[in-house]
Design a protein around this ligand. Structure first.
Ligand code: KG4
Ligand code: ZN
Length: 352
């Protein structure tokens, strides 16, 4: 027997609708990706150098129904084929979440199918099952994006996720976006910095590794000091009238970020005796982060799983995949009057 799950994601600037097929005849549930449609409002925010919440909500409102129609068309399905709806209940921008949650409630009520409000962060982990199959229990997840930087222990993606550490200030992707602005590269800063860094020397400038002191929390991160160091370094070079070696600055900054993220993730896996690591979120697309993670995981005997970049950034497929695991686990549905929660903790995978 199989079921079609629709996933709706609107927590930030991507309107995503995904469709998956859940087959749960015997043993581990199988989840197959049927469609993954995303409408991004990133260009509308580019000139502000960051996401403008009101602009994002309006864009979601315009994109919601067309994106759902496109997903159904891609999968060759109609609305009546949908057996359950999952939607991001949080964390995220309040106004943006509201659009997806309202749409999900309308679809669920109109189709008379179960509704599940689910956690966006858990979705970033669940998406990996679309590519690499069932997740070993437990596994360690490193989530790195413009909005989050977290180390999670995942005992069961549908029911038991524990935060081991998170950023105390900027998210990793936010640091990329801010440093890009400082060196004069466009928003979002990750891809252009990644490109510039390929031509630079990662050892040119010794930027600080935040939160790695003996008295710091072992699995928390801090990137705001690093961003300030880059700004100070550029100011000093400008005062001396020297040309700015943008490629070297980008490579050295990127090295500092990748070094801290992989060092702490591997240390957490070792501390908790976990043999599999999943890296997800927009920054997982970073070439140096994945290369260094591969190197260090291999040396430590840890299996590394990184979903393809398209699935790492925000999308509806990740919410559909999580929805499928929630359905397979036979968890209670969310009531039609549940609320979006911009600060939903990662330990709450489904909202009741
Ligand atoms: O997951 P995502 O699409 O959205 C959320 O923030 O939830 O992540 C976007 C972030 C941006 O900050 C962007 O600069 C960063 O991911 N990013 C990268 C790369 N591609 C995207 N950072 C480093 N290297 C990349 N190649
Ligand atoms: Zn995200």
């Amino acid at each position: 027997m199989s079921q079609i799950i629709m996933g709706i994601e609107t927590s930030c600037d991507e309107t995503g609708v995904g469709l998956v097929r859940l087959s749960a005849d015997s043993g581990e549930p199988r989840v197959e990706l049927l469609a993954d449609e995303v409408a991004s409002s990133v260009e509308l925010h580019a000139r502000y150098g960051g996401v403008v919440p009101e602009v994002a909500s309006r864009a979601h409102l315009e994109a919601m129904a067309p994106t759902a129609r496109r997903a159904l068309a891609t999968a060759g399905l109609s609305l009546s084929d949908v057996d359950a709806i999952a939607v991001t209940a949080g964390p995220g921008l309040a106004g943006s979440l509201l659009v997806g949650v309202a749409a999900a409630k309308a679809y669920a009520a109109a189709l008379d199918v179960p509704l599940y409000g689910v956690n966006h962060l858990a979705g970033h982990v669940a998406v990996d099952t679309l590519e690499d199959g069932p997740l070993p229990k437990p596994c360690l997840a490193l989530l790195v994006s413009g909005g989050h930087t977290q180390l999670l222990r995942v005992d069961d993606v549908a029911t038991k996720i524990t935060e081991l550490g998170s950023t105390v200030d900027d998210a990793a992707g936010e640091a990329y976006d801010k440093v890009a602005r400082i060196v004069g590269l466009p928003y979002p800063g990750g891809p252009p910095i990644d490109k510039a860094a390929r031509e630079g020397d990662p050892a040119a400038i010794a930027f600080p590794r935040g939160m790695t002191g003996p008295r710091d929390a072992p699995f928390d991160f801090s990137f705001s000091g690093l961003k300030t160091s880059v700004a100070r370094w550029i100011e000093a070079a400008e005062r001396q009238g020297e040309p700015i070696p943008v490629n070297d600055v980008c490579a050295s900054f990127q090295e500092a970020v990748a070094d801290v993220l992989t060092m702490k993730a591997v240390a957490a896996a070792q501390e908790y005796g976990i043999g599999t690591m999943v890296i997800s979120g927009g920054v997982a697309a970073n070439s140096r982060l994945s290369a260094l993670a591969r190197e260090r995981c291999e040396a430590a005997g840890i299996e590394l799983r990184v979903p393809r970049p398209r699935l790492c950034t925000d999308n509806g497929a990740m919410i559909a995949a999580l929805g499928a695991h929630v359905v397979a686990a036979d968890l209670p549905t969310s009531p039609l009057d549940f609320s979006a929660n911009p600060a939903l903790p990662v330990s709450t995978v489904t909202v009741r």
